[in-house]
Design a protein around this ligand. Structure first.
Ligand code: UT7
Length: 349
């Protein structure tokens, strides 16, 4: 019997590292994004491919969701693999060594294994052993929640350099015979490196939830509730799409208003909206609420579909690397997902 998975550090191998900053250290005012990265599986599944699997059409998927294709993790390719690649790319873009990171917060609802957390697995692969590392499960709001948590650590002086990751292999939960859900999801990961700074970065974050909506979007099985004899042990996404759609539009409408108010900013001061990529029609409704034309909105749902926690950081990295988002611009990030959870971050890039 093998006791130690190769991804785990063997006992006693954790290298010594400096203590993380304590409350006694200088507290800098902002958490700033100093690098972004992302990763997508190689395999692409188009709408035409899905037409061969379920009773759907490219026309239906495009007009109802805006999706044309999505990336699907290969057998054996995990959330942690994608998270690791995205994190490596973000560290490289930031010019920061893994050993300098004092906090890793990873948003996911599809961890590699039950424990250790995917954050711990990624930490070891990066060589950031010793820093705080944990996962946040807030479904599709996972990355924006993780960003809010890391921001709070920085604002209280408990972190100076953090890695925030959103990563998912949601297609592992997809029932490929159910056309209502299987056309919607894809796999991917994104990451940012945050640095404590006196220069403006994150102005405000909001994290909200209402567990009363569990019945509209959930995965019914788990370690404690138990698994079933159904295919994939009963692991599958249950969603009442039309109902989720209505609540998402309404909730995001109030969320962006609250966020602007909190930061003391006006709609016209936002340079880019970087929304959760679930449905183009939801994105358009939020843009309309903000009086923003779609050329100021980052859209990747067409190519990535809904990657849950991966969606916002994937869109952000695309926006940065394509040269759309420039230093000094104000970005509004928002997400909505199972729970329900919803979250936002308003920041200067
Ligand atoms: O990220 C987490 C949050 N999740 C979301 O934000 C998802 C929110 N919901 C949505 O994006 C949309 O509700 C969906 C894309 C899931 C569905 O779009 P819709 O416009 O709300 O369609 P619908 O559920 O009202 O279904 C309309 C019709 C139905 O047929 P009838 O009853 O009108 O005859 C469905 O059976 O479309 C049918 N349908 C499909 N037809 C072809 C449902 N799925 C498909 C499909 N292909 N894949």
């Amino acid at each position: 019997m093998r006791l130690w998975h190769p991804a785990f550090p063997a006992p006693g191998q954790t290298p010594p590292r400096a203590n993380p900053p304590s409350h006694g250290d200088t507290v800098l005012k902002y958490a700033r994004i100093i690098g972004t990265g992302s990763a997508l599986p190689e395999k692409v599944l188009t709408n035409a491919d899905l037409e061969k699997i379920v009773d759907t059409s490219d026309e239906w998927i495009r007009t109802r969701t805006g999706i044309t294709e999505r990336h699907i993790a290969a057998d054996g390719e995990t959330t942690g693999d994608l998270a690791f690649l995205a994190a490596q790319r973000a560290l490289e873009a930031a010019g920061v060594k893994a050993s300098e990171i004092d906090l890793i917060v990873l948003g996911t609802t599809t961890p590699d294994i039950i424990f250790p957390s995917t954050a711990c697995l990624v930490q070891h692969r990066l060589g950031a052993n010793g820093c705080a590392a944990f996962d946040v499960n807030a479904a599709c709001s996972g990355f924006v929640y993780a960003l809010g948590v890391a921001n709070a650590f920085m604002r209280s002086g408990q972190s100076k350099k953090a890695l925030v990751i959103g990563a998912e292999t949601l297609t592992r939960m997809v029932d490929w015979t159910e056309r209502e859900t299987c056309v919607l999801f894809g796999d991917g990961a994104g990451a940012v490196v945050l640095e404590a700074s006196d220069e403006p970065g994150i102005f405000t974050t909001r994290m909200r939830a209402d567990g009363g909506f569990k019945h509209l979007l959930f995965n019914p099985v788990g370690v404690s509730a138990g698994f079933t004899d159904e295919p994939n042990h009963g692991v599958r996404i249950n969603m009442l799409g039309r109902e989720v759609f209505k609540v998402a539009v309404k909730t995001l409408d109030s969320l962006v208003g609250e966020t602007l108010e909190d930061a003391g900013m006006k709609e016209e001061e936002i340079d880019w909206l970087i929304p959760h990529q679930a449905n183009l029609r939801i994105i358009e409704a939020t843009a309309k609420r903000l009086n923003m034309s779609m050329d100021r909105v980052i859209v990747t749902v067409d190519k990535h579909a809904n990657t849950s926690s991966g969606s916002v950081p994937l869109a952000l990295d695309y926006a940065v690397r394509s040269g759309k988002v420039q230093r000094g611009q104000n970005l509004l990030l928002e997400a909505f997902g199972g729970g329900f959870t919803w979250a936002s971050a308003l920041l200067r890039y």
